[in-house]
Write a protein that binds this ligand. Structure first.
Ligand code: GLN
Length: 485
């Protein structure tokens, strides 16, 4: 593997400033890796010509002051990029060329980042395995027979397989943390409202958040600081200072109370994962953290709640794809109704149709109270569980990110319920709007990565990232690279 591919973001920036290598060399190294590992299907589009041109232009100038000057980045194809096709993993948007940039991408671009490409994803971010993409599944770089996770599977795979130094994704119920865990990298989602969603194609608006994939915490913090913070273009963006989020080199965790929720360590949890996560907890305790048992009693209702609320919102959000304004438009139609029906039938894949049906069902007269309204009430109870824990017992919560390691391609496609249950540990923090991160914490006997999830109270990203940084400093898991790259 080309050694440029193992550099962190700050090493790339430093090397470019000192002219040890050029932006063109960095971009070319990544493009070669993308070509070599094309079969993993991580990208829907690689912007080869454009990035080389931009890199060449950059090399002609004295390096500017931007924090990401010359750093190539991958962006999930759910974030709009001006003039560059943005498909959302769907036939519906196969030919959609957005007229503007998502705020997060604009901020990275303004800091000097170059667009490597748009990554593969489950259609409209609905899925946990990337098998719902119109563009085909993404293979896991640790074992090509396994899924990369979803819905941001392409971003996770690209970063793990050194096809990008870092990537953006979106997390509605776990779509950044779960694929990060399956691919052995860092995946972070912020507090609801912390990072702008302007230009993030909507799935479930009360849950959707932009998230970050990196190979280490330092890179994650670097991107977080650049994209977090108020955006007047997003009405759910909150105007709060982001804080400094500095990594203190020798920091310990003395005085930090880490809550371990009993409900996440049930017999349903795979034994290997339990063992690996327990070792991670010991490592945190060895750094001075106090481990306290806590209870989040409504955890068992989280999956059911999520799979009522998110389809309800999706059914409303996706009504805009009517074949008239944008997106796929069916041919040879005789009436307006036929245009809607045919365009939507042809444009959406089976999982998206299933969610629209569920959403309309739970919102319909006669079922609204029994399903949607009740789910909203349970969501409040789930959020209160977390609020109680943070008020009375702990500062951070630690759990496994997923109940199992990456499963085989095709293993769960015939059983949507099994697929949905895979989200059991990630959806509660989403429903509560809390910041959470998955960090590499070990491997299964089959050499598949395991993720440790840390969850913090709302707006406490600083403590979350600093805790993760201490764990990273005393462990080596994040340094492992999939075989054969
Ligand atoms: N797997 C979950 C779903 O299918 C979460 C997806 C996401 O976070 N975008 O809805």
């Amino acid at each position: 593997m080309n050694e440029l591919l193992s550099l962190s973001i700050s090493e790339i920036v430093r090397g470019l400033r000192q002219r040890r290598f050029s932006a063109t060399e960095i971009a070319s190294a990544y493009l070669e890796q993308c070509e070599k590992l094309k079969h993993l299907n991580a990208y829907i589009k690689v912007c080869s010509d454009a990035i080389l041109k931009e890199a060449e232009n950059m090399d002609k100038l004295t390096p500017g002051s931007g924090d990401l000057i010359g750093v190539p980045l991958a962006i999930k194809d759910i974030l709009v990029t001006r003039g560059i096709a943005t498909t959302c993993g769907s036939k519906m948007l196969e030919n959609f060329i957005p007229p503007y940039d998502a705020t997060v991408w604009k901020r990275l671009k303004d800091a000097g980042a170059l667009l490597l490409g748009k990554t593969n994803m489950d259609e409209f971010a609905m899925g946990s395995s990337n098998e719902n993409s119109f563009f085909g599944p993404v293979l896991n770089p640790w074992d090509n027979n396994c899924v990369s996770g979803g819905s941001s599977g392409g971003s996770a795979c690209a970063v793990a397989a050194r096809m990008a130094p870092a990537a953006l994704g979106s997390d509605t119920g776990g779509s950044v943390r779960q694929p990060a865990s399956f691919c052995g990298i860092v995946g972070f989602k912020p507090t609801y409202g912390r990072i702008s969603r302007y230009g993030l194609i909507a799935f479930a608006s009360s849950l959707d958040q932009v998230g970050i994939f990196t190979r280490n915490i330092d890179d994650c913090i670097c991107l977080y600081k650049l994209i977090a913070g108020y955006d007047p273009y997003d009405s759910t963006s909150v105007d709060k200072p982001v804080g400094s989020v500095n990594i203190i080199p020798d920091a310990r965790l003395d005085g930090l109370r880490i809550g371990i929720p009993a409900e996440y360590f049930t017999p349903a949890l795979n034994n290997e994962i339990k063992e690996v996560v327990n070792q991670a907890l010991e490592a945190l305790s060895a750094q001075g953290a106090e481990l306290v048992e806590i209870s989040l009693p409504h955890t068992e209702y989280a999956v059911a709640t999520y799979y009522i609320i998110s389809p309800a919102e999706a059914s409303s959000n996706l009504s805009r794809y009517d074949g008239v304004r944008y997106g796929h438009r069916a041919g040879s139609i005789k009436s307006l109704e036929e245009l809607y029906k045919k365009s939507r039938s042809e444009g959406f894949g089976p999982e998206v149709k299933r969610r629209i049906l569920i959403g309309n069902y739970v919102l319909s007269a006669g079922y609204y109270d029994a399903y949607y309204r009740k789910a909203q009430k349970v969501r409040r109870l789930i959020a209160e569980d977390f609020a109680n824990a943070f008020e009375n017992k702990c500062d951070i919560i630690a759990t496994p990110t997923t109940p199992s390691v990456a499963f085989k391609i095709g293993e769960k496609t015939s059983d949507p319920l099994q697929m949905y249950l895979n989200d059991i540990f990630t959806v509660p923090a989403s429903l509560a709007g809390l910041p959470a991160i998955s960090i590499p914490c070990g491997f299964s006997g089959d050499n598949m990565p395991v993720g440790l999830q840390l969850i913090a109270n709302a707006w406490d990203e600083e403590r979350l990232l600093q805790t993760a940084a201490v764990y990273q400093r005393v462990t080596e898991w994040h340094r492992r690279v999939p075989n054969g790259l």
